[in-house]
Design a protein around this ligand. Structure first.
Ligand SMILES: CC(=O)SCCNC(=O)CCNC(=O)[C@H](O)C(C)(C)COP(=O)(O)OP(=O)(O)OC[C@H]1O[C@@H](n2cnc3c(N)ncnc32)[C@H](O)[C@@H]1OP(=O)(O)O
Ligand SMILES: CCCC(=O)O
Length: 445
């Protein structure tokens, strides 16, 4: 059988394809923009025949039908490796469960510990050699498919073909069922930078040099930073980032990025997934200047550190006076996930000339309208420590930038209080005194 005959023999309807799912199965969905659509709908339609089907997903970009049809999670149990705003709301409603990760390790969880009964992923159309490209969702996809007993592809011509260094495609011979569909990729609009974002970025910009290799994390602030870099006069920047966004496309268009000074993947923009607008997806499609790799390559701290002058810019929710960083929860309420923050914080620090930045606005307006400090004596009870205090390098607010590496507890408290909002500094000093991490002679800058 040639590959076209093999394709035809595996082509089926969504309803027939999902008939392979049994009660009790573990079913993996694709990640980010690679969330299945017609297969999800067909599986949801089987609700009444199925019990205890456990789904794994990452960062849902549209409401999963399996959750919509089963608001009490009696038939489908929806687990997620990293929450989007939508997943956060589903978690609040008790129909979505977070699974903790160090993102660089996720492929190893599949290879070492996890069972996958059925995998369902959207892919680009088959090429002339019989390969289906995963599009902008390489992440842990290949490891997950290696463990899948049954693989169903949702082929969509709108999915960009993302050229890769490794594990970016699957051959028809490894696939069980194929369904054809056509839907637009979700458009994730960048959040416009706020005045505070610009002030925070203003503290980071002097730390960048020509040839810096950039990672931008998820959230409004890193995106603002990307825009400011695009408008700078920096030269020969490199890109080695977990998530490819429109900010990087703007940097390329502005002539800031060549990758010429990278030590690995020279001249390439390296990434593991993308969420952006059509402009980003058009940029990625068949673009040999970009290389998508699995996350155990992109986020491996020792790979990250191979490039010099790595700059990692990430966001957080709150920091305590010891320097512990929470980036994923508000107390016990899961907001997002650990994702790649630890990976890039470690990797950047170990890069020659590298630096990592944890950014936060100094205050936060709570839902009841109260203005609260994000720099607190201790983390909100139940908050998850995302980045360990000893890993943290620079912390930046709109009031300044401090380096915590090598600092004692009293120096950390002093440094962090110096960048807290002025309205909260006196109380923070009193708390630091009670906690035994303040020196009588300490002075704020
Ligand atoms: C993709 C990469 O390369 S990322 C690599 C690094 N990965 C990470 O850093 C993962 C962890 N970080 C994150 O997930 C994000 O950066 C975040 C959550 C810290 C910030 O993301 P943003 O999109 O800027 O957050 P945003 O301001 O929209 O807030 C998200 C939610 O947290 C809530 N929140 C934010 N700050 C606080 C706070 N201090 N206290 C309580 N709740 C808070 C918001 O109210 C919002 O909840 P809602 O949707 O119910 O209103
Ligand atoms: C899945 C990881 C996303 C992030 O690192 O924020």
């Amino acid at each position: 059988m040639n590959i076209l005959e093999e394709y035809q023999s595996k082509l089926t309807s969504p309803e027939k394809a999902v008939s392979v799912v049994k009660s009790g199965d573990w079913v993996d969905y694709g990640s980010f923009t690679g969330q299945p659509v017609v297969l999800d709908k067909a599986l949801a339609a089987r609700k009444d025949e199925l019990e205890d089907v456990k789904i794994r997903a990452v960062t849902a970009v549209r409401m999963p039908e399996v959750v919509k049809v089963d608001p009490e999670a009696r038939h489908f149990v929806y687990n997620n490796w990293h929450f989007s705003g939508l997943d956060r709301k589903l978690h609040d409603q008790g129909v979505c469960w977070y699974s903790p990760i160090l993102y660089n390790e996720l492929p190893s969880y599949y290879r070492r510990f996890l069972d996958v009964d059925v995998a369902m992923i959207p892919v680009a159309p088959m090429d002339e050699k019989g390969f289906f490209n995963f599009g902008p969702q390489v992440s842990h996809t290949k490891a997950m498919l290696e463990k899948a007993k049954i693989i169903i592809l949702e082929v969509n011509p709108k999915i960009p073909r993302c050229l890769g260094g490794l594990e970016e495609a699957i051959h028809i011979s490894a696939v069980d069922h194929i369904v054809e569909t056509e839907w637009e990729l979700p458009q994730i609009q960048p959040v416009p930078p706020t005045e505070l974002d610009n002030r925070i970025a203003g503290f980071i910009m002097p730390e960048l040099v020509d040839g810096s290799c950039i990672q931008l994390g998820i959230g409004g602030m890193p995106n603002a930073m990307g825009k400011i870099i695009a408008q700078s006069d920096l030269k020969d920047l490199g890109v080695h980032t977990e998530m490819m966004t429109e900010a990087f496309v703007e940097m390329v268009e502005a002539g800031r990025v060549t990758g010429a000074r990278k030590q690995i993947d020279r001249y390439k923009l390296t990434y593991t997934f993308s969420m952006g607008t059509q402009k980003t997806y058009d940029f990625l499609h068949n673009n040999p200047s970009c290389a998508i790799y699995p996350v155990d390559y992109v986020n491996n701290p020792w790979i990250i550190a191979k490039n010099d002058h790595v700059i990692a810019i990430n966001n957080c929710v709150e920091v305590d006076l010891f320097g512990q960083v929470c980036s994923e929860s508000s107390g016990t309420r899961q907001i997002s996930g650990t994702g790649g923050q630890v990976d890039f914080t470690l990797g950047a620090y170990h890069s020659q000339g590298g630096k990592s930045f944890i950014c936060l606005e100094s205050t936060y307006k709570a839902k009841n309208g109260e203005i609260r400090s994000r720099i607190n004596p201790i983390l909100t009870p139940g908050a998850i420590v995302t980045t360990h205090r000893a890993m943290v390098n620079y912390v930046v607010t709109e009031h300044g930038i401090v380096n915590l590496k090598g600092k004692s507890t009293w120096e950390r408290a002093e440094a962090l209080i110096s960048i807290a909002h002025p309205n909260f500094r006196d109380d923070l000093i009193k708390d630091a005194e009670k906690m035994g991490i303040w020196r009588r002679t300490a002075k704020l800058a």
